[in-house]
Design a protein around this ligand. Structure first.
Ligand SMILES: [Ca+2]
Ligand SMILES: [Ca+2]
Length: 297
């Protein structure tokens, strides 16, 4: 699959930019490119989930001996009909003091979760008012107010977690009730920045990002080197020169590879990154190229 996507991307990017008087790709190509971007995005999500699960497994194996002997020092209970069958589920959240874990038990079925500074609160949320489920959410403050919230569903097919998002209910998470939510999310590229990400519960019952395009960043910076922006995100448009010392605003990003940048004279261009912050086609990273970026732990 990876080879096919790489090949298709190469063929389409090549055909989109070369030998054509019309810089716009055909609608067929646009559709295929969109599909590739979607597949790439899904692949990255799966890779991230895989990594998360691997980390969880490591944690479980380290923490399990403590849990087997320790009693919870905080227990919170709630009851609600989580699957819409008319019978209330009993819900219990057990916290174990200094340990970075919690035990969520629904109808005597336990599921272990991980997190730091876990709120002793069982949130009952309704992601989609049209379906029969009511979701349980457990929030944490992390090591330094990095809020995260993990969702859980109790269904006839099992008790599972649809996913974990940034923010926590009432502080960075807004539930829209139509199967989507907005979560304050930490950006994955360039520097420390946060944006409101639209997330949906997909048809498989898992939380995935809604492909939105660009998220606002609005970071003023000064160029430390000469750079070339391009008027189009695919790099096939005109070049906009940026000189050392120019003041710029990084207006937005797709949080994957593209930065949308506005120059002091009001032009808008795109800059492509590779990995976290390497500027494509150069040996510069973010710190080399800009002053004004934020780096928080
Ligand atoms: Ca029920
Ligand atoms: Ca519902």
């Amino acid at each position: 699959m990876k080879t096919i996507i790489t090949l298709l991307t190469a063929v389409l990017l090549f055909s989109a930019c070369s030998g054509s008087a019309d810089p716009k790709p055909s609608s067929d190509n646009t559709e295929l490119l969109e599909q590739i971007v979607r597949l790439e995005t899904e692949k990255r999500i799966l890779e991230a989930e895989h990594l998360f699960l691997q980390e969880q497994l490591t944690w479980y194996s380290r923490i399990l001996p403590y849990v087997m002997t320790d009693q919870p020092d905080t227990t919170v209970t709630a009851s609600a009909d989580l699957d819409g069958n008319g019978r209330k589920e009993s819900i219990r959240l057990d916290l174990y003091g200094g340990h970075s874990l919690f035990l969520l038990t629904i109808n005597e079925q336990p599921l272990m979760g991980l997190g730091e500074n876990i709120d002793p609160v069982i949130h009952l949320l309704d992601l989609d008012t049209e379906d029969s489920f009511l979701e349980v959410a457990i929030a944490e403050s992390g090591p330094s107010d990095d809020y995260f919230t993990t969702f859980y569903r109790w269904t006839p097919d099992g008790f599972y977690s649809p996913g974990r998002v940034g923010g926590r209910p009432g502080a960075g998470i807004t539930i829209h009730g139509n199967g989507t939510l907005t979560a304050l999310t930490r950006g994955q590229i360039l520097h420390t920045w946060f944006y409101d990400r639209d997330i949906q519960i997909n048809r498989f019952g898992y939380l995935t990002g809604v492909p939105t395009g660009y998220y606002p960043m609005n970071t003023p910076v000064t160029a430390l080197v000469d750079l070339s922006l391009n008027t189009t995100p695919d790099g096939c448009g005109d070049t906009i020169r940026v000189n050392t010392g120019d003041t710029l605003v990084i207006v937005a990003s797709d949080d994957q590879r593209l930065l949308q940048i506005q120059t002091a004279d009001g032009q808008t261009g795109f800059l492509e990154l590779e990995g976290f912050d390497r500027i494509r086609g150069t040996s510069y990273n973010g710190r080399d190229a800009f002053v004004g970026l934020n780096y928080a732990d």
